[in-house]
Design a protein around this ligand. Sequence first.
Ligand code: SAM
Length: 281
Amino acid sequence: MDLKDIKTQELVKKYNFKFSKSLGQNFLVDDSVLNDIVSGAEVNDEDFIIEIGPGVGTLTAQLLMKAKKVTSIELDNDLIPILQQELGDHKNFDLVHKDALKVDFNELIGDEKSVKLVANLPYYVTTPIIVKLLKEGYNFKSLTIMIQKEVAERINAEPNTKEYGSLSVLVQYYCDTKILRKVPPTCFIPRPKVESIVIRLDKLDEPRVKAKSIALMFELVRAGFNMRRKTLWNAAKSLKVNVDALEKAFEKSGIDPKRRAETLTLEEFALLSDCIFEFRN
Ligand code: SAM
């Protein structure tokens, strides 16, 4: 057992901490995973790091050694005094006692230029947190996150695979994605039932494609994947657009209405939604 193994387990014991399943508490006890998260995020002394869910502060401590400043957001009342006691003396550490889903990240980011999010995310809110962080347009350079393997595979998926869906399209619209490593359940206490993956999402300066209406494009994406087995034509009919306009839009786009959403690239979703946008008005 190495030093960091001892730290997580020692702190849990020292404070007689009781894990909460409903808060997604699986704490890391593997040194190599901690190192890979910090090096995968390429943390340096100019970075302002925002961490969601510090637990007893194992990953936080590693981040504090490399970054200019770390702000951690934790929801669990019982962890706040532990984190204050263990890390409160560090001048470059801030703790926010809140639900990450309710945080306005702009208030934390302020004028910071090099902002990176690093987290071993609680699995029960992984998707809503990622959607919030991307859709609300915060000024992050990257998100290096440990998440459930299946969710990482969906994020990283290409068209014509069963993993490809609206989450793939959303994340790839805003980011380059890179799977850094797999993490087995043995690297946590308590052990989760699922495998995990560390994935890095690098925010693009501009979204990968330019759609005339982002809202319409994502409506089309949602409709398409809600009805995965149906043709695009049937999915598009659920949008509030008249059939005449839809026919013209498909014709102009050159996209076969008999195709299914899972075969469309991001560029094709944007093209079709632009044509629908043009003819529906
Ligand atoms: N970072 C620690 C580690 O790697 O050992 C703990 C990670 S654990 C998977 C997830 C952490 O997120 C827990 O500390 C949990 O209390 C916290 N958490 C759960 N839901 C949260 C929420 N909505 N907002 C902020 N933190 C949350």
